[in-house]
Design a binder for this molecule. Structure first.
Ligand code: GLU
Length: 324
């Protein structure tokens, strides 16, 4: 069994990130699994190496220990996505040779106009298959003036899975409308591609992450299935999923990196101990009762004893109040 925490280093780590790290950590340790930390710094405009290093410092300070990842190494040559681009490129070439992806030359204005068209009951990110059937001659011509994005050619299908906390999920993918981008025109690899390829390469068997990513899971499972067929690999297995409630403040807003007061750095500067931070998260999330803790503190090793099959974790959001 292998679990993971895959943060994007676009700001200092905050309570919302630690909450997810904690759940994946507890679950992995309970199953006597290996824990992987992977830096999702694929978005080179928003991610910064220093923030990644600061994030690792903060995780260490909180008491997390990982078996594979930055600073400790492992079978993969690097655990920073920004350094794994050759691997993503190779797989895309493979998909291209099997005609499973196609170049898309649609510009932003066109994509926005489809996105805002009234498709009844549909989510707004749908495409319309415009470039899926372009003739080779036209592709060659367009290539001379524009670097295309690469889209996965999706076959209509239904995907079902059972999420550990959110229960049974059914997703319908529709060919053309759900053809999604795996590499952008500016060369940036998409989150959906990098996350799946890395979870495969790192042998991840359980994905625990925030509920905001539940909607992407159908697309990701589809990619696993495509890769299983295209690479003829029995070793590519869809992991189990647990989408945990997001932390919100007392006004109902999702905790974000903009709210400085919730970063681990700031709490530490305000004399909070690591165990107090873990304690506040565990209390808010319904993992422990406040009256069972001394000074609202709990250590990471005590948290590993907690049962994670809790009704509170099936909620979409959990409110946390930070009192000085
Ligand atoms: N890097 C993503 C984030 O920080 C998480 C990806 C995942 O867990 O699948 O939101």
């Amino acid at each position: 069994m292998k679990g993971r925490f895959a943060p994007s280093p676009t700001g200092y780590i905050h309570l919302g990130n630690v909450w997810i790290a904690l759940l994946s950590y507890i679950s992995t340790k309970q199953q006597k699994g290996q824990y992987v930390v992977r830096m999702e710094d694929i978005d080179i405009q928003r991610s910064k190496r220093e923030l990644g290093e600061a994030l690792l410092d903060d995780l260490e300070w909180l008491g997390f220990e990982w078996d594979e990842g930055p600073r400790v190494g492992g079978p993969e040559s690097t655990y920073w996505q920004s350094e794994r681009q050759t691997y993503y490129r190779d797989i895309l070439e493979h998909l291209a040779s099997e005609k499973l992806i196609y170049p898309c030359f649609c510009n932003r204005t066109r994509l926005q106009s489809i996105a805002s068209a009234p498709h009844v009951g549909e989510i707004i990110h749908r495409y319309d298959g415009h470039c899926r059937h372009l003739e080779d001659k036209l592709i060659k011509e367009f290539m001379t003036s524009k670097e295309p994005s690469l889209r996965l050619a999706v076959n209509s299908c239904d995907i079902d899975f059972v999420d550990r906390w959110q229960g049974f999920q059914h997703i319908h993918l529709e060919g053309e409308l759900d053809d999604y981008v795996l590499r952008r025109g500016d060369g940036m690899y998409a989150y959906n591609l990098a996350v799946v390829l890395d979870d495969i390469a790192m042998g991840i068997t359980e994905v625990i992450r925030g509920d905001d990513l539940l909607d992407t899971t159908g697309q990701q499972i589809y990619l696993y299935k495509t890769l299983q067929q295209c690479l003829h690999s029995k070793n590519i297995k869809v992991p189990s999923y647990g989408h945990a409630p997001l932390l919100i403040d007392s006004e109902g807003h999702r905790l974000s990196k903009r709210q400085k007061s919730i970063t681990i750095r700031e709490l530490r500067d305000n004399q909070w101990s690591a165990n107090r931070i873990l304690g506040e998260l565990a209390i808010a999330g319904g993992l422990v009762k406040a009256n069972t803790l001394h000074n609202r503190e709990i250590s990471i090793s005590d948290l590993i004893e907690i049962d994670l099959n809790l009704p509170s974790l099936s909620q979409k959001t959990i409110e946390i109040q930070i009192k000085e």
